[in-house]
Design a protein around this ligand. Structure first.
Ligand SMILES: [Zn+2]
Length: 105
């Protein structure tokens, strides 16, 4: 018995299940297409995450150099926070995308 991701709520459910035990969506017998849809949705979600983190990263840089000179005080904390969080988040998300692509459907 394999575990698949629910195409609707992304939670792990049995591939034999007729419906998702979490959100009650019908999974029918067509598990292959459900799995493909789930895989694509997961890819899209990761792409959205990487885009959000990249935006945050760029925002950090922009805030830092806003006004032509390096930020000071509170602004510098916000800038560094966005920068670091965006960078780390983006790196993790890229790694997850690579791992996700390696996973066969
Ligand atoms: Zn579900």
């Amino acid at each position: 018995m394999a575990l698949i991701e629910c195409p609707s709520c992304q939670k792990r459910i049995s591939s034999k299940a007729k419906e998702c035990q979490h959100c009650k969506v019908k999974v029918d017998g067509d598990n292959q297409s459900a799995r493909v849809i789930s895989h694509i949705q997961q890819s899209n979600k990761l792409m959205t995450h990487s885009f959000v983190f990249l935006t945050l990263f760029i925002a950090g840089v922009v805030i830092w150099f806003w006004g032509g000179e390096p930020a000071t005080g509170m602004t510098s904390y916000i800038a560094v926070g966005c920068f670091v969080f965006g960078f780390v988040g983006y790196t993790i998300t890229r790694a997850r995308i690579v791992l996700h692509k390696r996973k066969s459907v």
